[in-house]
Design a protein around this ligand. Structure first.
Ligand code: ARG
Length: 586
């Protein structure tokens, strides 16, 4: 059995035998390895519940813990239960993990079907820094869920159905790019990505000052949605050009998707969606729009304050979800509810996870509640919004270019690549673009994923790309170093046989890393995995600096190689989960 479960079971039995059956027992890694390896702090709670003296109760419980070979249980005042694990027991645990393909990670007994919605790029609009976090986090979560044995379907959910489409077409038409689509005797100008990048912002400005242009764009949007030609073909061409670019950018970040669906995929389900609300009496009219009330108790509490229009302000406001606007246009929220209907028809997922900026939290609250109300999402289905924080500059404000404009995703990717190339050249490696990409991406990902998902963080390329400290390149570097060590060893690894405190340090770092995957999945945040990977890499460095593997005599060398091999596999597993590459040299 797994070492941690074995300790837990023994302590649980001690509680039960003492007659403490109700108290929840938890066992944690001890923060003071010189005193204990694991610790149970649950006696305090039990004593409170039973009205007993904590220390006395702890002593009784420990007496009732069955003797298990390799574990030593003791009481530490005021009422902790300490656990020490013998070198031998630790060694056998690591040998077991070393021969397991998943290195001791336990797969679920209850595999779920999970749809992950991340990426969220918008067709015809340039990708920018706002599109960075979602694919990084989403890709790592998808890998993590898969590793635990769940069935994951990833969908990038393109913004491919809104006014930006009509605006772009109208602008390109005015610029003469689309002649051939309308008149076969004329030629089209080839539409390039640069044209798209220019057309949308130009059109977006025009729509605010040229009402006729705006009207045309709205008409074109409707034509596209009704598949009217040639607008629909133009739209498809624009969509394809955009997708190619998005794929390239996300691919460079090691982010991939099973499905390239989008709002347009959900669109055919909109009439049925609206009908589900109307027919169940869940929709009402409000100022010409069709809305659904989704507020629950404790929300929309009127205050005595008024807004600038003289309307009452509410505490905990939760506005109704708008199904249809007064002009009949479908809404972002309606599209997301329709998309839940589509996903349920196609995949019947147990869970749908949306990795989207935390500022869309209200939107998702509305969408989730409305979907439950109408029965579009079955009661048992879990809908989760993993809302991430903002990327800030060193000044604490949203990270921008020096000119104060939004940074393009492409530019971020080239920035990290050149920073990595610069670091590599310090190590005498020049001109290896792919290696620079791999290191740059790891720098970026670790810099991002090591933060609690919901928190903002500061974009600091120098710090992220360092080969030392808590960085992606440091983990990669440790891995590369171990790789060459194993290659040059000229001996086969034997069995792990722990005898020193440095080796114990590595052993516990390995156990914690494996546990962190489960935690990360529950938290939908990778920060603990990042911290544990760093701890393992540094525990290994301490060991490595102490043992002089290469000059050790053969028996010792072979057992050192065994633990080294396990560390290498564990770091590789971690890099894989985080979506980072594992270069052989750095
Ligand atoms: N395209 C959206 C945006 O740029 C993000 C899409 C997120 N996913 C979703 N199902 N709403 O804000």
């Amino acid at each position: 059995m797994d070492l941690v479960s074995e300790i837990f079971d023994a302590i649980r039995l001690g509680f039960d035998k003492t007659g403490v059956k109700e108290t929840k027992v938890t066992v944690v890694y001890s923060a003071r390895p010189e005193l204990a390896d694991f610790q149970c702090n649950s006696v305090f709670q039990a004593a409170k519940e039973l009205g007993a003296k904590p220390l006395e109760l702890a002593e009784k419980i420990v007496q009732n813990i069955p003797a298990v070979d390799g574990f030593e249980f003791s009481v530490c005042p005021p009422a902790f239960i300490n656990v020490k694990v013998s070198d031998k027991r630790l060694s056998s645990e690591l040998n077991r993990r070393n021969s397991d393909i998943l290195l001791g990670l336990k797969q679920t007994q209850n595999p779920l079907t999970v749809v992950m919605d991340y990426g969220g790029a918008n067709v015809a609009k340039e990708l920018h820094i706002g599109h960075l976090r979602s694919p990084l986090i989403g890709e790592a979560l998808a890998r993590l869920y898969r590793l635990h044995g769940h069935k994951v379907i990833t969908d990038t959910h393109l913004g491919d159905y809104g006014l930006q489409m009509g605006l772009t077409v109208a602008q390109l038409e005015d610029e003469g790019y689309l002649n051939g689509y309308f008149d076969s005797s004329k030629q089209n100008l080839e539409i390039s990505l640069e044209d798209l990048n220019r057309a949308y912002p130009a059109a977006s400005k025009r729509k605010d000052v040229e009402p006729e242009f705006r009207k045309k764009a709205e008409d074109y949007t409707l034509f596209i949605q009704n598949k009217k030609e040639p607008y629909f073909t133009i739209y498809k061409d624009i969509r394809n050009i955009s997708i190619e670019k998005i794929k390239k950018n996300y691919g460079e970040l090691n982010c991939f998707f099973d499905l390239w669906y989008g709002e347009s995929t959900a669109a055919p389900y909109i009439p049925e969606t609206i009908n589900a609300f109307v027919s169940q009496g869940l929709a009402r009219e409000s100022d010409g729009a069709l809305v659904v009330d989704v507020a629950v108790d404790g929300e929309n509490i009127p205050t005595d304050k008024l807004d600038e229009n003289g309307k009452v302000l509410f505490k905990n406001p939760m506005p109704p979800m708008i199904l249809k606007k007064h002009n009949g246009a479908d809404m972002y929220a309606t599209s997301d509810v329709a998309c839940i209907m589509q996903r349920n028809r196609d995949f019947a997922p147990d869970k749908i996870i949306y990795i989207v900026d935390f500022r869309q939290n209200k939107h998702f609250t509305q969408v989730f509640r409305a979907s439950k109300l109408a029965g579009i999402s079955p009661e048992s289905q879990e809908l989760i919004h993993v809302g991430f924080g903002t990327i800030n500059g060193k000044d604490g404000k949203a990270f921008k270019t020096r000119e104060g404009t939004t940074i393009k995703l492409e530019d971020i990717i080239s920035m990290i690549k050149s920073k990595a190339a610069e670091k590599l050249s310090e190590n005498g490696i020049v001109g290896d673009d792919e290696l620079a990409r791999q290191i740059g991406v790891a720098a970026l990902k670790f810099g991002d994923l090591s933060n609690v998902v919901s928190k903002d963080y500061v974009f600091d390329l120098d710090r992220f790309a360092s080969f030392e400290g808590k960085t992606g390149p440091y983990i990669q570097y440790t891995c590369a170093r171990i790789n060459s060590l194993l290659e040059k060893a000229n001996e086969k690894p034997s069995e792990i046989d722990i005898t020193t405190s440095e080796e114990r340090g590595v052993a516990f770092a390995l156990l914690k890393l494996t546990d962190s995957y489960y935690l990360a999945q529950n938290q939908n945040s990778l920060h603990t995995v990042c911290a544990c990977l760093y701890d393992l890499a540094s525990a290994f460095s301490v060991l490595y600096n102490n043992i002089k593997i290469n000059s050790a005599e053969t028996t010792k060398k072979r057992k050192y190689l065994a633990i080294t091999q396990l560390v290498h596999k564990a770091l590789a597993q971690g890099l894989y989960v985080l979506g980072m590459d594992m270069p052989n040299k750095m």
